[in-house]
Design a protein around this ligand. Structure first.
Ligand SMILES: NC(=O)c1ccc[n+]([C@@H]2O[C@H](COP(=O)([O-])OP(=O)(O)OC[C@H]3O[C@@H](n4cnc5c(N)ncnc54)[C@H](O)[C@@H]3O)[C@@H](O)[C@H]2O)c1
Ligand SMILES: [Zn+2]
Ligand SMILES: [Zn+2]
Length: 361
């Protein structure tokens, strides 16, 4: 029996989000219905609402979620009803050229539920990142459910489903930060803050947090930054170079998604250093750099989708570190809110008042 549940949708470009009733079908082959317990508010949800991702309105927003598997469809073996799971947007296929080469973290053919959730009038919804979890229940592909230790707080665990994983992975997986490295992180919201935390976890010797908002720099210190730079008042490139013996950082993570901050990252890294772009640009943005500088500085210019994570490998491990007190994922939960407060949470995010607001159901 299809079920009717409450959910948050974005009906049209720029219009405030609204709570409405949606229809969630029974899980078909390879699918699962998950009762959502918590879902973080990510900048990408706002990008969807503003039409910055695509035009497939109405969107069912929310994608940083944890919950309990309620039912599974035919052929599902990886999870069963009652499992505590974090939802992921990288259900790997096992068949594409990346998977076949043993690099499933780059899977080029990830999958989502085949059936559509709808409005009461039958209008099909586009779930954000194939998840759609600002909802009492959602339908996903079973591979999007990653089992983790149920001792973890849902509001905390869910954050691994997107931004926090993206930031941790940008440093650890994509940037390859290691013991003794110097790291600079430009933009210290939820994603950049997690890159700071990941750098500390990986043993970085120097972690320079850069933001235009002093409140973010203060939290970045708590998350592990050894130095902070307010780039509204100080030249970020000069400051990072000064703090690294005039050389630049081994790894610079750009977690804003703008050409000017990318340029800062490019010039703030040491020779043969690595730039990781984890911030998401919008379609009209372009970048101009002297090609000779690209060549002459050597090293690597990388981008990081989802922190190059493999959910089945990374989520349970990070949750274990959190439960052992070795990774303070709880620091990202600024506030917990109800389903009908997502619009206000966007406002607070826009004003930089929060790392993460988390809807708790
Ligand atoms: N690559 C991925 O897989 C992935 C996943 C999730 C989010 N993201 C993207 O990461 C970016 C950050 O997301 P978030 O949730 O942390 O957002 P956020 O709004 O919480 O954080 C952005 C931070 O950047 C700072 N900032 C803005 N302009 C700046 C500038 N010119 N210089 C320095 N700092 C500046 C803000 O003060 C804020 O602290 C977004 O573009 C988001 O879409 C990427
Ligand atoms: Zn694949
Ligand atoms: Zn996200």
């Amino acid at each position: 029996m299809a079920q009717q549940v409450k959910a948050v949708i974005a009906r049209a470009k720029g219009a405030p989000v609204e709570v409405t009733t949606i229809v969630v079908p029974d899980p078909g082959p390879g699918e699962a219905v998950v009762r959502i317990q918590a879902c973080g508010v990510c900048h990408t949800d706002l990008h969807y609402r503003e039409g910055g991702i695509n035009d497939e309105f109405p969107f069912l927003l929310g994608h940083e979620a944890a919950g309990i598997v309620e039912s599974v469809g035919e052929g599902v073996t990886e999870v069963e009803p009652g499992d505590f799971v974090v939802l992921n947007w990288r259900a790997v296929c096992g068949q594409c050229r990346a998977c076949k080469r043993g690099r499933p973290q780059y899977c080029f053919n990830t999958h989502n539920a085949k059936q559509k959730m709808t409005l009461l009038d039958g209008t099909e919804l586009s779930p954000a990142l194939g998840i759609g979890a600002f909802a009492e229940k959602t339908l996903v592909a079973a591979g999007q459910c990653t089992k983790v230790d149920p001792a973890a707080e849902p509001a905390v665990a869910g954050l691994l489903g997107c931004g926090v994983m993206a930031g941790l992975g940008a440093a650890i997986n994509t940037g390859g930060v290691g013991r003794g490295d110097s790291v600079a992180v430009i933009g210290c919201g939820g994603v950049g803050g997690a890159a700071v935390m990941g750098s500390r976890l990986a043993g970085a010797a120097k972690i320079i947090a850069v933001d235009i908002d002093d409140r973010k720099l203060e939290t970045a210190r708590k998350l592990g930054a050894t130095h902070t730079v307010n780039s509204r008042t100080t030249d970020a490139v000069e400051a990072i170079r000064e703090l690294t013996g005039g050389n630049g950082a081994d790894v610079v993570v750009e977690a804003v998604g703008r050409p000017e901050t990318y340029k800062q990252a490019f010039y703030a890294r040491d020779l043969a250093g690595t730039v990781v772009l984890v911030g998401v640009p919008t379609p009209e943005m372009t970048l101009e750099l002297p090609l000779l500088d690209v060549f002459g500085r050597g090293g690597a210019l990388k981008s990081s989708w989802y922190g190059d994570c493999l959910p089945s490998r990374d989520f349970p491990m990070l949750i274990d570190l959190y439960l052992q007190g070795r990774l303070d994922l709880g620091a990202f939960v600024t506030e917990t809110i109800e389903l009908d407060a997502v619009e206000q949470a966007f406002e607070r995010m826009h004003h930089g008042d929060v790392l993460r607001s988390v809807v708790v159901l």
